[in-house]
Structures are given as C-alpha cells and as structure tokens.
Design a binder for this molecule. Sequence first.
Ligand code: ATP
Length: 354
Amino acid sequence: VEVGNVITSIRVCVIPGDDAAPEAMRASLRVLDCLDLPIDWDYVPPGRDLAELCTAEREALVHGQIDASDTVLFGATNGTTPGARYMRWGKLTFANVRPIQWRPGFRSPLREAEEIDYVIVRENLEDMYVGVMGEAKDLLKAGLADVRSRLPIGAEDGRFAAKIITRPGTEQVTRFACELALQRNAKLTVSAKTNMLPATDRWFCEIAREIAQDYAGLEYEEFIVDDMAHRLVIRPQDIDVLLLPNLYGDVLSDLGAGTIGGLGLAPSGCYGNEFAYFESAHGTAPDIAGMGIINPTATLLSAAMMLRYLDLNTAADRLNNAIGNVYLSGSVLTPDQGGDAGTENFADAVIGAL
Ligand code: ATP
C-alpha cells in the first residue's frame, strides 16, 4: 500500500481459536498463501497452546497482536482464546455483517434456494449482550418492577437479564445498513419484537425508520421478528439487507445459514469506525475437533470479505470464484455438504481452482 511516497505493507493478525476452528484456519491459510497477497501475517498460537498461560498473560499477548495489526482473521473461541470480546466492545465494532448467499452446489434443504442472496446486519454491542444480569428480587427492591409488569408470582426466586437499546447505537448501525442497502441497490428490512417490547424493540424500529428517511430512494419495510423467521424460510428471496438487534441477529443468521446449507458456509465481518475483523459465523464445532473434516468455506469466505475491506478486490474475486468452482463441480465436498473430503482436501481443491 502506498501512503504518500512511503510503501507500507498490510499487517493481518491470524487468531486460529479453539476446538476445530484451527483446522479450518490452517487450511484457509494455505489457500490464502497462493494469492500472493501484500500481507504480513502475524500468527497467534491456537487455543490449546495458549491454555498454558494465565488469563492475564493470554489477553496481554493476543490484545497486543491485535493492536499491532490492520485487521484480524479470527477462527472461533470456546473461551480459551481471548480477543473476541476485546475486538467487539474494546474496538466498538458495532455492525456484524453476515451475508447469506446460496451458491450452486451448496446443500440447501430448501427446494428453491437459487435466489437466496441477502445480508444480515446485526447490531453487535447492545441488546441482551450488555451483560447486565441479576436477581429478580433486586428489580423489585429497586422499584423497577411494578404492578404494570407481568412479573410472575415467585419472582423473589428469579433472575433477569437486561435488554438495552440506545438511540446513538441504533442510529449508527442503521446508517451502516442503509449505506450497504444503497450500495447493493436494495431495500432495507428491519425486524424486532415490536408488539411485545415497545420500550426497546418498537423504539429500535422507530429510530431505524426515521434514519432511513435520510436515504433518498431507499425502500424500507418492517416485520415482527417471529414473522421474519417464517419469511426467511418461506420467501428468503424477498430479502436484501436485514437489520436486526443483537440477539435476533445472532439467532436468525444461524437460521439463514441453515437455509443455504449450513453453518460451514456462512461468513461474517464485524465493522466499527476504525477497525474491523472477520470470522466465520459458526462456533468452534467441538464435536468434530481433531477429525479433519470441518468445512473451511465459512473461514475462506470471511477471508474474502477481509480482502475486500483491505481493497484487495481482485484477490477477493479470485478467491470467491475458486470456491464457487469447487462447489459447482461438486466432486470435493466436506461431510456437512454430503461429501467425504477432509478439510485439507477441500483446500487443495480450492488451490487447484485458483
Ligand atoms: P457457538 O455458540 O460458539 O456459536 P455452537 O456450539 O453453538 O457454537 P457451532 O460450533 O457453530 O455451534 O456448531 C454447531 C454444529 O454445527 C456442530 O454440530 C458443528 O460440528 C457444526 N458445524 C459448525 N461449523 C461447521 C463447519 N465449518 N463445518 C462443519 N460442521 C460445522
């Protein structure tokens, strides 16, 4: 990258993560190696090697490597590998972008998957994930649950988790979703549980509607989130960009991944104003750890999103096309897609296609 007359290279921190995630990462890095990228890679050890360190040492090591990088390619964590929380709340990556796109060869359970091509924008910092939880009796003591609430008898022995939606947070992520929708020449769909949760969810939609009016020509629609779940299965082709609060975004993006053929196919990127990182939408797949069969497609497609973020668009296109060609031929697929190829065989096929 040329900045003024100074040539600098791009530094990418690779965090393989835990359980089966490092297997997907190792295979993906072999593929990325074939793209001749102007990238200096900085590798964090996989979680099993970090486990010897205490939590503070692990965090100091990984956070330091994150801070020294332009962006991060992340596997998935079961809690052993740190960094996810830091990149999310520490670096304020407020928009989690999860494309749901079927490609020929993806093993969708739907009869007509051809036109599934939408992007979920999930608010990434607020909602039920703010970590405010406690004993329900404290709500009663604080006078926060009065006769208007439907607190059940027996609430003295109950727990609560707070759902917090803020105006600045909602405005920020809505603007992000509107801009993405305009870029895609698409409409914006917004969804939450507006009928049952007026204080938080209806407000979220009201703010989104208000902000969307600033974007001339942008088509806008809203659905209650249970109806939305139904629509994502029955008529997914009608959706272009779908903005959701954090928890619904988390749940419905896994549902969306299911409609195109599974978690192994769904990439994701988390964007803030000054930082972004990229990770598959799936978790660490502990049940298949060590078996060499995890599908690296989600990690590879996340890497393609990262290349676009870094303005390496030709490389991103090449990678996307190579993955597409492997699925089109259908001869080398991992077990989740009905094949019997291992993770590394799949990577070899992508390298062959490149
Ligand atoms: P998290 O809560 O961190 O999202 P989880 O345990 O709920 O994690 P995953 O780790 O995503 O969920 O796994 C759910 C199921 O999907 C498991 O059976 C796992 O093996 C499977 N799975 C997830 N990712 C892949 C993949 N890339 N390839 C094949 N199977 C996968």
